[in-house]
Write a protein that binds this ligand. Structure first.
Ligand SMILES: Nc1ncnc2c1ncn2[C@@H]1O[C@H](COP(=O)(O)OP(=O)(O)OP(=O)(O)O)[C@@H](O)[C@H]1O
Length: 328
């Protein structure tokens, strides 16, 4: 028999991770995003057991996308768990039809932020795991991605000036969260759409990862999650360096232009990042690989060379030592 206050290696690991990474400071108000699946239930139980050591105020929020016929029952299930744990429970139900995974995610984060703002939570935590990290890396790799897409899920990110998103389980695999839930007899609400093979993400989880585990590396999820972790630090460094160079190369300019001499002395990896930031700042959208390649080529192109128009009709053109953005 396991007592509900049993301290497991997973408790110790999360406690250590939170301390070393300084993810969730003491005495803070923390809102746990709970779908009812194994990852967010594992997260809730771990934080609940650590609560007294850290002095947190915890709350649980569930978002009902109204996608499945059992969505209300799912929400009730999470509410009951919150009651058993004597935690405040917040429910957000969508009032608009959510037509895609992306729309559902966008709405969910809006809803979580609204609850956090209303009830004064400075932190929102989710149950993303090393397995999610590995799957995201593989998914983005098959679509074509730079290091930025491969590092994907990060430990923390600002949702607003006052609210941070924290993902404490990024070193724990889905197998471990499942074992934890069964050890503590936590009743998981299984989402039937997770089994549908028409979704690429599900095929990666249910077919590709098991294949890689069996034929390449039984620890492939942890290995890929480590790759994401390494890339994250490199991306941060490169992005900061690119930002400094962007500032130098565009300094004090009233019109959108960037200096070629400054850029030509930097490595290609930085040139591409500077150009991506430059286009994003001035055109207001994330440019494609081809668009970045075309404007980067202008760094060494003859005078008056230009790109094709970007969406909205702007072109980039070489004018002596400058690349200028102007209407075509
Ligand atoms: N309906 C929900 N209500 C509250 N929290 C949720 C809900 N669905 C997912 N979450 C939170 O998000 C985490 C990740 O869930 P999932 O992998 O299903 O979502 P995702 O769409 O891939 O998320 P993301 O866009 O954040 O990567 C869960 O562990 C949970 O913390």
């Amino acid at each position: 028999m396991f007592s509900s206050s049993l301290w497991t290696p997973l408790h110790a690991q999360i406690h250590r991770t939170l301390r070393q990474r300084e993810l969730l400071p003491k005495n803070q108000n923390i809102l746990i995003a709970v779908s009812g699946g194994q990852d967010s239930l594992c997260l809730s139980k771990l934080l609940l057991d650590l609560q007294s050591k850290w002095g947190w105020r915890l709350g649980i929020c569930h978002c009902d996308h109204r996608w499945r016929s059992d969505s209300e029952a799912n929400a009730n299930h999470v509410e009951k768990l919150a009651q058993n744990w004597q935690l405040p429970f917040y429910l957000s139900v969508t009032d608009r039809e959510l037509k895609s995974e992306a729309a559902a995610r966008e709405w969910r984060y809006e809803a979580l932020i609204k609850v956090a703002q209303t009830f004064n939570y400075g932190y929102i935590v989710t149950g993303h795991t090393a397995s999610d990290r590995a799957e995201t890396l593989l998914y983005n790799l098959t679509r074509g991605s730079g290091a930025d897409g491969l590092q994907s899920l990060t430990w923390q990110r600002n949702l607003t000036q006052k609210i941070q998103l924290i993902r404490p389980l990024l070193e724990i695999t889905r197998l471990e969260t499942a074992q934890f839930c069964s050890q503590f007899q936590l009743l998981i609400w299984s989402d039937s759409t997770n089994e549908e093979l028409k979704y690429k993400r599900n095929r990666i989880r249910l077919e590709l990862i098991p294949y890689l585990k069996q034929n390449f590396n039984p620890q492939v999820e942890k290995a890929l999650a480590q790759t994401a972790e390494l890339l994250q630090a490199e991306v941060e460094f490169l992005e900061n360096t690119a930002q400094e160079i962007l500032q130098k190369a565009t300094y004090n300019s009233p019109i959108p232009q960037i200096n070629r001499s400054i850029l030509s002395s930097t490595p290609l990896a930085i040139q591409r990042r500077v150009m991506r930031q430059f286009l994003q700042q001035n055109l207001g959208f994330a440019p494609s690989f081809e668009q970045i390649e075309k404007i980067t080529a202008l760094i060494t192109a003859p005078n008056r060379s230009c790109t094709d128009p970007f969406p909205g009709g702007t072109i980039a053109q070489v004018e002596n030592d400058w690349i200028r953005l102007k209407k075509a």
